[in-house]
Unconditional design. Structure first.
Length: 401
């Protein structure tokens, strides 16, 4: 097992088939428990449906596999995302999943941590086959032969207890920071409501404040050095996210289709999961080229910041834009729909004052949100590293002889 490295003396390595026995139990006419799913972070949990229309009738569930407490549930098409775990719940899963009884030589909690560890996910990923990232699958033969670390039972239990304690503390820290992010995000929304929608009762359609244009139609070749192309992936709640930023040669784009971005322009995503999200172009990205989305350019540049903040406010983004974009099977927003969106109306001078107040508070809140998100990322990395180190014997968990 070169991908694991050395293991402690007294530990054994056995193939999956010797420690896990597949259960063939299926629902039959009456479903057993609720529908379950496997989260890459939380493990086996009850499935939450986005709509009641997605819930299947009982006769559609007859061949669904039963998962019982203490069994290992496996989604072989999701192993590169830790799509497995020992269940604490009674329920059923898709026929594409598998359920396995666990040998008495394995502590179930240890097995849960081991089989979901980051280092094991790396091992699964090396054996997956397929074309698309979300449909890669491990063959049955590879799964049955997959090596499983088997410390003495006493050590397994000590490792499991140690990880339960440590991960509980890390999870509590993560939950605290996620609650903080939610609070700060709500505070930011309240700021926009107070400064924009409670400060003015007058509304105006966006199309009366400026011009809306579409970006390029066909993707040009990307180059190592050139002009930045601002795409949907770079639009992130009011700011340009430089991650994944690509560059193009303007000579590769028909001149009639190029929208050269100016400071104060607002890029609005027109389709896909990010539909309706927007960002205002700062001086840093002036001179970039608009990608495949829409660009709003105000007639009066002094209105740019207030319009940009208005498009992020829940009174516009949630109450107007999301409803428009959701009418199609694929979320989509066109220039006419965007132009009909109503935003608060201010005089240019008042708009500048309001934008300055919002900007100061927004910057402070955004910094706090970014700090909390960074803390969550680091905590999750530590959690993954800790589990991998413990289940492979790289750290002493205090086993008492």
């Amino acid at each position: 097992m070169p991908w694991i490295g050395g293991i402690p003396e007294g530990w054994a390595v056995e193939p999956f088939r010797r420690l896990f026995r597949e259960s063939k139990e299926v629902n039959g006419p009456t479903p057993v428990g609720p529908m379950l799913s496997i989260s890459g972070y939380r493990g086996v949990e009850e499935k939450v449906y986005e709509s009641e229309s997605l819930i299947r009738d009982n006769d559609q569930l007859e061949t669904y596999r039963v998962v019982r407490p203490g069994q290992l549930a496996v989604n072989t098409m999701w192993l590169n995302y830790a799509g497995l775990g020992v269940s604490e719940l009674l329920g059923h899963v898709s026929p594409a999943y598998r359920a396995y009884w666990i040998s008495e030589r394995l502590d179930s909690k240890y097995a849960h941590h081991l089989m979901r560890s980051a280092i094991y996910v790396q091992g699964y990923t090396a054996l997956l086959t397929g074309i698309r990232p979300n449909s890669l699958q491990m063959s049955r033969a590879d799964l049955m032969a997959f090596p499983v670390l088997v410390p003495p039972l006493e050590e397994q239990r000590a490792i499991a207890d140690y990880l339960d304690r440590e991960t509980a503390q890390i999870d509590a820290f993560i939950a605290k920071n996620e609650e903080l992010i939610t609070l700060l995000t709500e505070r930011r929304s309240a700021l926009l409501t107070r400064e924009l929608f409670q400060a003015s009762t007058e509304r105006v359609r966006l199309k009366h404040l400026g011009r809306i244009r579409y970006g390029i139609g066909e993707p040009p070749p990307y180059v190592d050095e050139g002009v930045p192309l601002i795409r949907a992936t770079n639009v992130n709640a009011g700011k340009v996210d430089a991650r994944g930023l690509v560059f193009v040669d303007p000579a590769d784009i028909p001149s009639s289709r190029i929208v050269w971005l100016r400071e104060g322009d607002i890029v609005v995503v027109r389709s896909g999961a990010l539909t309706g999200d927007s960002t205002i172009i700062s001086a840093e990205y002036a001179g970039s080229i608009a990608g495949f989305d829409m660009v709003f350019r105000p007639h009066d540049p002094r209105l740019a910041q207030v319009v940009g903040y208005s498009l992020l406010a829940r009174e516009v983004k949630e109450a107007q834009i999301d409803g428009l974009s959701a009418r199609a099977a694929q979320p989509h927003l066109n220039a006419q729909e965007l132009g009909d969106v109503e935003v608060p109306l201010f005089t240019p001078s008042r708009a500048e004052c309001i934008a300055a107040r919002i900007s100061r508070a927004w910057t402070d809140t955004e910094a706090a949100i970014l700090a909390a998100r960074h803390a969550v990322v680091l905590a999750r990395e530590r959690r993954a590293a800790l589990i991998s180190a413990a289940v492979t014997g790289k750290i002493d968990v205090g086993v008492v002889a």
